[in-house]
Design a protein around this ligand. Sequence first.
Ligand SMILES: [Zn+2]
Length: 158
Amino acid sequence: MARSAPEKNLENSLKTPYVFYKDRLTSFKNYKYDSDQNATCTSKALARAGFVFSGDSSAVCPFCVKCLDFDPEDDPWEEHKNRCGDICEFVRIGKLDDSQLTFAETIALATHATTVANYKKFEAMIEHIRNKSLIDLVMGEHKKAAKPSTTKTSRRAK
Ligand SMILES: [Zn+2]
């Protein structure tokens, strides 16, 4: 059974929203289980089920950001439906054959992918800023503590 994993490889959703199967499929280079004759969890099955490659045996959905670490016998579409059915636009539309997508559905998927990728990008930026200010705060406190105290000389005697 697939396990949750940290999401990666969403950057391309901004350039080429992973709306189409062939774009998702090209994200997989030498996928781990493609050489396994008995594997049902192949790059083709993953791309068809809406996923893009995110490292080793894991894949991420660019529409709901669910990242799963797969086993060779997994059915990516079943895993996607069971875990993200209520939140994922790709699962909601449910068209594995992208030639069946209407114009409105194509736009909806592209919008979801770019919105999610932007959200994740800004979230990472905010996290970076937060960490930086935290370091500055800590370093500032450290500098203050290291400085010789001047309060002693200026303090008036009672
Ligand atoms: Zn999804």
